[in-house]
Design a protein around this ligand. Structure first.
Ligand SMILES: *[C@@H]1O[C@H](CO)[C@@H](O)[C@H](O)[C@H]1NC(C)=O
Ligand SMILES: *[C@@H]1O[C@H](CO)[C@@H](O)[C@H](O)[C@H]1NC(C)=O
Length: 494
């Protein structure tokens, strides 16, 4: 039901009109081809900080764009005209598309097999495969390439978000003795910083695979409509600069007080750096409004938000001077439970790691993080080297393994033949090439066939698949981790 859908401002061209690049390809394949088989991977790359990826987002693309009768006579006519204008010659395969309409009721004779959503897969392994199921429509496989390669985005966001979670889990475990509250430690501030509503929806949902804290409402809607989760994330009322500065510079105290009055029962976040964060903490929160702050409880805590500079450490000490602190069970200091800090400026994987190193006796319980661009926008298809390549064709009834292997960049070589993914006897995931995999060991699941979605994952299942492993939460393993993971990959693959 299109009308109930999120109002995407970036209008996707309808399916038939989708791809300029592939539109002329049907004329270029060798004669008598009956099957094209392609796959998607995040290629391995030396020196990358990401050695494994979280698979997420395919179900949305399938449900939104590929299921059901997607080809109609009107779309064929529209596309014919469109490409006539675009190429100034008749290159659109009108007959081919009409055959899809007549033979398959406009449903795509395609099979997609994929890793279960939420699974953590070392880079360099197959993540999904695409093939035509009807020999007449071999050209369809790579026709939908552009859309499927866009999977790089939700995969990359889910992967980065999970890397944040690893760092935060270790920090929290080491300084508080437990993982309580981990799911709320990283808040998604990225909505305004992404390129479109659809990106916000996909990226916001990808973050929700790992956390439950967000302001990106589009991501919540996606989780609800495409992943069966009624409410995937939470937020708290928050003051922003306009609500503070509209009172005038001399009335910052009144502005703060107003927020406390309006939101007395639940937690509330107040941006406090409009003029001078140190003055605000020491003289307003810590003095003039001190009683008002102390009246609050853990369930209605005040979360102070510095929004500029790098003041979390200085700030926490000012707050300690005014409100005191106590030691938790593992000997780290915590502010009173009615008072917390959220650091939401300049947060990325590097700065979060720095905060962790510089904790100076403070527990991670005191600080929440907010992340915008580094989570949803400062990334691209090269971040995880995502690629979609053909690896197998059939013609004249015979199969042939195909691949690319450019002399100019061997790392861009592709896999050969039909692929499967298995856990080998050492417990590591590996891709088996050339059709040699045993079907009973294959971890790839058919998710789409002939226009129907045949497997539906809930966000709950996906979150379970993406859970941190024990060794990823254990602070003592930290220093050896990159090496360990590296060895896993070297030993595990191919
Ligand atoms: C294509 O198939 C036809 C019919 O089977 C056959 O006669 C022809 O030789 C084939 N062409 C090629 C290039 O294999
Ligand atoms: C999909 O379509 C192909 C060819 O039209 C057919 O051989 C195959 O059995 C179909 N798959 C299912 C699950 O119906």
């Amino acid at each position: 039901p299109q009308s109930r859908d999120i109002q995407f401002t970036l209008l996707m061209l309808e399916f038939c009109l989708l791809l300029v690049f592939q539109i002329t390809h049907y004329k270029q394949y060798p004669p008598n081809v009956s099957k094209i088989y392609s796959y998607f991977e995040c290629r391995r790359k030396k020196g990358s900080q990401f050695s494994e990826v979280v698979f997420f987002g395919l179900q949305y693309l399938l449900k939104k764009y590929l299921t059901g009768p997607v080809i109609t006579e009107e779309k064929i006519q529209e596309a014919k005209l469109f490409y006539q204008m675009h190429f100034k010659q008749a290159v659109f395969d009108e007959e081919g598309w009409r055959k899809v309409l007549e033979k398959h009721d406009g449903r795509l004779p395609i099979r997609i097999k994929a890793v279960p959503e939420g699974r953590i897969i070392p880079r360099g392994n197959v993540l999904f495969t695409v093939e035509n199921t009807d020999p007449s429509f071999y050209w369809l496989t790579n026709y939908i390439e552009t859309m499927l390669v866009q999977m790089w985005y939700p995969i990359t966001v889910a992967t980065i978000s999970r890397e944040f979670k690893k760092i935060l889990a270790k920090h929290l475990k080491a300084t508080s003795g437990s993982l309580e509250g981990l799911d709320l430690k990283l808040h998604d501030f990225g909505y305004r910083g992404v390129s479109s509503q659809e990106s916000a929806a996909l990226g916001g949902a990808a973050h929700l695979v790992n956390f439950c804290s967000t302001d990106t409402v589009a991501g919540l809607l996606m989780a609800q409509r495409y992943y069966g989760c009624p409410m995937a994330g939470f937020s708290i009322p928050a003051a922003e600069h306009s609500t503070i500065i509209s009172w005038g510079r001399s009335k910052e105290k009144e502005a703060f007080e107003r927020v406390l009055d309006q939101f007395s029962s639940g937690p509330v976040s107040v941006v406090s750096d409009s003029y001078d964060i140190f003055n605000a903490c020491k003289h307003i929160w810590g003095d003039k409004l001190k009683e008002r702050v102390m009246e609050r409880s853990q369930d209605s805590c005040l979360v102070i938000r510095p929004d500029s500079g790098d003041p979390a450490e200085t700030l926490i000490e000012i707050l300690e001077e005014c409100f005191g602190s106590s030691l938790n069970s593992v000997g780290y200091k915590v502010l009173p439970s009615y008072l917390r800090i959220i650091q939401g400026d300049g947060i990325d994987l590097h700065s979060v790691e720095e905060v962790r190193k510089g904790d100076e006796g403070w527990s991670a319980e005191n600080v929440f993080f907010g992340c915008g661009s580094a989570l949803l926008q400062k990334l691209n298809r090269d971040t995880l080297s995502c690629a979609f390549k053909c690896s197998y064709v059939e013609s004249n009834g015979k199969g042939m393994d195909v691949y690319k292997q450019p002399v100019t960049d061997p790392s861009k070589g592709s896999k050969k033949g039909r692929l499967s993914l298995r856990r080998n006897s050492d417990g590591f995931l590996e891709t088996v090439e050339r059709g040699a995999g045993k079907p009973e060991e294959d971890l790839l699941v058919t998710v789409f066939e002939n226009g129907s979605l045949v497997k539906d994952y809930s966000l709950e299942e996906i979150r379970k698949n993406a859970r941190l492993r024990d060794e990823e939460m254990n602070p003592t393993l930290h220093n050896h981790e990159p090496e360990l993971l590296h060895n896993h990959i070297i030993n595990g693959i191919h």
